[in-house]
Design a protein. Structure first.
Length: 480
């Protein structure tokens, strides 16, 4: 018995020693200096052009609604990017824009850059300036859509505008796609995918919004990180109903429908019954981020082979993000009882919003909830559901090229893949490419990130100028 205990301790000691030695070999590359010189002319150009784009309030629309703001926006784009409009073939699919720049070698697979034209609504309440004014304050430009997603459109279009002026012609075809209803999950991007599919087009790489250069995504990191979204979680809305006889609340029976619903919600929230799993891409994210932490975290993240159980136990405790990256999440968002204070509801319901994981799709996540619902005699109805997107290949040469360009243009930041919790139009493009990647080469602070879809949305002008340089380099150097 004693020998067994000693043996266990000896093995543990050896494993920890190996982990320590491995950790000592994980060296963070020195934080490089960004050589790009941003001039006042660059800043003024970004302010003028993005300002003009923001001043058209392109709030999301379905294809059969009034699209006049979008057509006005198209005219603004023609004025701001004349070279693009002279050189590219433009197709308008009910407001959604699809452009094609013909390359010199038709045998090479085209690439596609994308974003979206639409914005979420905003009134001026709480803003430092009118919401659609594109006002510059201390080097940042404010306005709905300034970050999400007109900054992405701007850096892509401006890079190409300048390359055309320099006489550059790309080796492969380059497409651009900007839908009118990304924010409402509309059909714009899907219609563009159908259009390209009918033409038999396969894309080498797709780059959309979603990832960015973010400020220390996990506390304790020593640098900004360029995070590349390689997949996005699924989405499901459920209506969970309890049925009963109703009646007067002065003589309530046991186990009323509302109480059963609450007990169910309580148990789900406490138990969090979905499967926790570290997909290889999250594993890789931690591996890429490990060098920029101090010793303790570096040892944990750099030795997942040893600390996986500990990491998986800690992640959900440390932050809601840590849990969301490991498993399906379920959040109860709406509820309805009876219409009066003194009436027992006959069929109260809850709405649950789930974000399903890559490893436990909508059907499987629903089956988990059904088991608990049966226990409380509840019915579940699916309002809408879509599974997580496929996962892009982080070992492809296209992914490697993107990271190589990021390291060249932004030598002061780290690079890592990650999982998107929300949704982007990029998910539709997995049908045309195994490299559908979400990365906008624009630096954003945590405050700027939080201001997306909120008041005082803004983006830093010098960050936009850097983004333009990035795409110029990406397109000019593209050799795949
Ligand atoms: Zn967006």
């Amino acid at each position: 018995m004693q020998y067994a205990v000693i043996a266990v301790f000896a093995v543990l000691a050896v494993l920890i020693l190996v982990a320590v030695i491995r950790t000592l070999t994980i060296k963070a590359p020195a934080i490089g200096k960004c050589e790009t010189e941003i001039t006042k002319e660059d800043i003024d150009l970004c302010a003028q052009k993005l300002g003009d784009m923001v001043r058209v309030p392109t709030v999301s629309k379905n294809e059969d609604e009034d699209l006049s703001q979008f057509y006005k926006f198209h005219e603004v784009l023609e004025e701001l990017f004349p070279n693009v409009h002279k050189t590219f073939e433009k197709t308008v699919l009910s407001g959604t824009l699809l452009y094609r720049w013909k390359g010199t070698d038709p045998s090479r697979r085209p690439i596609l850059f994308m974003g979206h034209q639409d914005v979420v609504p905003a009134d001026d309440h709480g803003w430092k300036c009118p919401a659609y004014s594109g006002t510059v304050i201390d080097g940042d430009i404010y306005g709905r859509g300034a970050m999400d997603c007109k900054s992405t459109m701007f850096v892509e279009l401006e890079a190409i505008e300048e390359l055309i002026a320099e006489g550059f012609v790309p080796p492969c075809d380059i497409y651009l796609e900007y839908a009118i209803n990304e924010e409402t999950g509309g059909d714009g991007a899907a219609s563009a995918v159908r259009y390209l599919k009918e033409k038999g087009i396969e894309l080498a790489i797709v780059i959309d919004e979603g990832g960015a250069i973010v400020d220390r995504p996990i506390g304790g990191m020593d640098r900004q990180y360029a995070v590349i979204g390689v997949t996005e979680k699924g989405y499901m809305d459920l209506k969970i109903t309890a049925r009963g006889k109703g009646g007067h609340s002065s003589t309530p029976p046991r186990n009323t429908p509302a109480a059963r619903l609450f007990a169910f919600a309580n148990e789900i929230e406490k138990k969090r019954p979905f499967k926790k799993h570290l997909i290889p891409e999250v594993y890789e994210m931690f591996r890429c981020m490990a060098p920029s932490f101090s010793f303790g975290m570096r040892m944990l993240l750099g030795n997942i082979w040893l600390f996986k159980p500990l990491l998986m136990a800690l992640m959900p405790v440390v932050s809601p993000f840590g849990e969301a990256i490991l498993s399906t999440t379920c959040c109860f968002t709406m509820m309805k009882g009876s219409d009066a204070c003194n009436v027992i509801p006959k069929e109260p319901y809850l709405i649950a919003n789930l974000r399903t994981s890559v490893h436990q799709n909508c059907e499987e996540s629903l089956a988990v909830l059904k088991k608990y619902a049966d226990k409380y005699d509840l019915e579940i109805e699916v309002i809408q559901a879509r599974d997580a997107s496929p996962v892009s290949n982080i070992h492809s040469k296209e992914y490697a090229y993107l990271t190589e360009c990021i390291k060249k243009q932004f030598p002061d930041v780290g690079v890592a893949p990650y999982v998107i919790m929300g949704g982007t139009d990029c998910r539709h493009f997995h049908a045309l490419s195994e490299n559908a990647l979400r990365f906008c080469p624009v630096r954003m602070s945590n405050e700027q990130n939080a201001a997306c879809h909120a008041v005082n949305e803004n983006v830093t002008l010098s960050a936009l100028a850097e983004g333009v340089r990035f795409f110029k380099m990406f397109i000019k150097g593209y050799y795949l």
